[in-house]
Write a protein that binds this ligand. Structure first.
Ligand code: AMP
Ligand code: MN
Ligand code: MN
Length: 350
């Protein structure tokens, strides 16, 4: 882990995981340096973007802007509906709706995307002969793109983004740091799921730029519309505990429909944080929230406390993620979705 890093100029020893080879880092740096500063550069993150997707993408975009790139655009597939907490992120002015991504980019950078299904129609850009660099941390990453910087040991894609910025000679400033911090805090559950001291070392470097973690946390995690709180009360109130599921380890699940959202005048992103109180249920190892995207189409969030490999469950159902946090898209009724999941929990006990 540390031995090869001493040979890399400009990079602190011990920061990067061995999962990404020196050749891959060098290829990414070379691909970026090969592009003229006034060329169109398209940054993309996953559908229904979260804090890591938007934070790592915009933080990296701001780093490229510091290097002098002038043709930067950032986007994500589907409705151009940036979750309210992320609208004020530095660099948000670089965000454009998906249709504007189909210009003539000379380079594509993809963030926090485990597979083509998370890119929607934008996946077509991967077949257009444009060099594509992928920064990600999903163990289930399918290897999309031309240069793949995928580190399953990284807690967030922003860890990979930070290292690539360092290798490009970009110094952190408060704007870049705010984006990367939001990404890091989001994917670590506000630093609850940290696996290595290097996460806090990165956080320390980000905070040293002058950003305010308390203000950021309040804005991103602790502020919600009144209607979202009322909606959460209903969705959590209908949760079901199945103690026999997952070989007796237990599963707790609930669902939210588009009608629920409409009744409370809320946007879909407000449902994404509901997995956290559900996964806190002591009697269950596995937590599931089934969220309706459009009539009969559901986005499913899976969490485990360690008794089940939910990434394997999600992959079996066409999705992806991490061992303890994963997701997939499903069809039918919430009961149909749960009926698909239950036998796979038994098959993926860990
Ligand atoms: P979420 O439950 O949406 O917070 O997602 C948990 C983890 O699973 C994240 O790392 C997501 O990137 C991943 N994930 C969620 N939905 C999908 C999907 N449909 N396909 C692949 N990965 C997904
Ligand atoms: Mn994500
Ligand atoms: Mn992520």
């Amino acid at each position: 882990m540390t031995s090869s890093s001493v040979t890399r100029p400009g990079v602190e020893p011990g920061r990067s995981s061995s999962a990404i080879t020196t050749a891959a880092w060098d290829a990414a740096v070379a691909a970026i340096r090969a592009v003229p500063l006034d060329a169109e550069v398209q940054l993309i993150c996953h559908v229904n973007p979260d804090g890591d997707a938007l934070g790592s993408m915009l933080g990296f975009a701001l780093g490229l802007r510091r290097l002098g790139f002038t043709g930067l655009r950032a986007t994500f597939p589907g409705d151009f509906d940036v979750p309210e907490p992320y609208r004020a992120l530095p660099g948000a002015e670089l965000l454009v709706p998906e249709p504007q991504a189909y210009g003539k980019p000379q380079l594509i950078l993809i963030f926090d995307v485990a597979g083509e299904s998370r890119l929607g129609a934008l996946a077509g850009l991967l077949d257009a002969g444009i060099p594509a660099i992928v920064l990600d941390h999903h163990a289930s990453n399918t290897g999309l793109g031309d240069v793949t910087l995928v580190d399953p040991a990284a807690v967030a894609t922003s860890v990979v983004a930070d290292e690539l910025l360092t290798r490009l000679g970009v110094e952190l400033d408060a704007e870049i740091a705010e984006c990367l911090y939001v990404a890091l805090a989001t994917d670590t559950g506000s630093f609850k799921f940290v696996r290595s001291p290097s996460v806090h070392e990165l956080a320390a470097r980000l905070i040293a730029t002058g950003i305010s973690p308390g203000d950021i946390a309040r804005r991103i995690f602790d502020t919600r519309p009144f209607g979202a709180m009322k909606l959460a009360g209903e969705v959590l109130g209908r949760a079901i505990l199945d103690p026999a599921a997952a070989g007796g380890r237990g599963m707790v699940w609930t669902y939210a429909t588009t009608a629920d959202l409409e009744r409370h005048h809320q946007r879909p992103y407000v449902l994404d944080s509901l997995i956290d109180p559900v996964r806190g249920v002591a009697e269950a190892d596995v937590a599931v929230v089934v969220k309706e995207l459009t009539a009969g189409e559901w986005s499913v969030s899976l969490r485990s406390k360690g008794g089940v490999d939910v990434s394997a469950v999600a992959v079996a159902l066409g999705g992806g993620g991490h061992r303890l946090a994963a997701g997939f898209t499903a069809y039918g009724t919430p009961d149909d979705v749960i009926a698909q999941i239950v036998p796979l929990l038994e098959a993926n006990l860990s």
